[in-house]
Design a protein around this ligand. Structure first.
Ligand code: UFG
Length: 345
């Protein structure tokens, strides 16, 4: 019988791509989402993509009563936990919201899981836990250096999970530290929602290429990098989604707790991203160089070998494929749907 998975935040950008990957891998997946930062029309498109109804609970991950009744109804074998707030600048302005949702939500979820006897979880962490790392590519052994409340919530989440495993060996936990997700599903039915002014580079470049913003601001060209602009390890969201399937199947099979970076091991600068997007879209991407953005890190690149050793995970999609799939999504009809709901998918 198919194993049953609860996917929190499953209507969001990474969550929706992971939903498709999990269903394709044969899991029976229920989405929990409060649509605070996701688009309702994603659900219909997930149904179109997978050819079956999406089991959905519209609820907040801090709602213990709803969570408990979901576990009673479905007897989940594992949870893949995305539901969280993720904007760095917002976390500096509203730290309590970040602690409440990201840490409070995790604790609520873990308590309900414990009570239901479900002790398998994949947790969304981030390269942000490294702060400004001493070493690039950065290994998983680099120390925690959170630089803002958002990063602090990811460090705390990891620590809570590690202490839980130390206290009770029945828990099996996969901690996945994402580098910079980019691109969209090849079908162009789901992607990163571009409606609001994006904070991140890729969706912003996409808006400029689409003519919805006059130009990109390049935040600093005086970093110690080959062209002076910030370097990141961009990973195709479909590769990232597959990383979750591998983590989950390893947890359910071997019950071996693991911590891995999910990245390609290769860095690209802001100007290289602009050039790649121009190639993929055949549009101009005008930019001007402005001051550095406060709190930015010069270089984030993953040491990617551990994920390969432990999970057999290797990225297979190139930067050009990230840009091409992003452009196909942005230029297609679906990225403009559902203008009435709030936030990004
Ligand atoms: N950048 C620009 N102009 C923009 C936006 C970004 O020049 O309009 C530059 C940034 O300065 C940086 C690079 O593009 O050099 C990437 O910036 P993003 O905002 O896309 O991504 P970050 O790496 O800063 O942050 C992302 C997530 C965080 C996460 C971090 C960890 O937003 O939540 O990756 O890798 F913590």
């Amino acid at each position: 019988m198919a194993e049953k998975i609860l996917l929190t935040g499953g209507a969001g950008y990474i969550g929706s791509h992971t939903y498709v990957a999990l269903v394709e891998a044969g899991y029976e997946v229920t989405i929990l989402d409060n649509f605070q930062n996701a688009n309702r029309s994603v659900i219909a498109r997930l149904e179109q993509l997978t050819g079956k109804p999406v089991p959905l609970a519209e609820a907040d991950v801090r709602d213990a009563t709803t969570l408990a009744s979901l576990f009673a109804d479905h007897q989940f074998d594992a949870v893949v936990h995305f539901a969280a707030l993720k904007a760095v600048a917002e976390s500096v302005e509203r730290p309590l919201d970040y602690f409440d949702v990201n840490i409070g939500g995790l604790i609520t979820l873990l308590r309900v899981m414990e009570a239901a006897g479900c002790r398998t979880i994949v947790f969304s962490s981030s390269a942000t836990v490294y702060g400004v790392p001493d070493e690039t590519p950065t290994p998983e052994t680099a120390e925690f250096r959170a630089m803002n409340p958002y990063g602090q919530t990811k460090v705390s989440g990891e620590q809570i999970l590690n202490q839980l495993v130390a206290a009770d060996a029945r828990w099996a936990v996969g901690i996945l530290r994402y580098f910079n997700p980019a691109g969209a599903h090849d079908s162009a039915l789901i992607g990163e929602d571009p409606r609001d002014t994006p904070n991140n580079l890729m969706p912003f470049i996409a808006k400029v290429a689409a003519g919805e913003h006059p130009e990109l601001q390049v935040f600093g060209d005086d970093y110690d990098t080959p062209d002076g602009t910030g370097v990141r390890d961009y990973i195709h969201v479909e590769d990232l989604a597959r990383g979750h399937v591998l983590s989950l199947s390893s947890l359910l099979g071997k019950r071996q707790t693991h911590l891995v970076n999910l990245g390609t091991g290769e860095g690209h600068s802001v100007l290289q991203m602009v050039a790649a997007y121009k190639r993929a879209s055949n549009r101009d991407v005008p930019y001007s160089v402005t001051a550095r953005r406060a709190g930015d890190v010069p270089v984030y690149v993953a040491q990617a070998e551990k994920a390969e050793e432990i999970l057999g995970f290797r990225t297979v999609r190139s930067l050009d494929e990230m840009c091409a799939s992003s452009w196909k999504w942005i230029a297609g009809p679906h990225s403009k749907e559902d203008p009435g709901s709030e936030g990004d998918a």
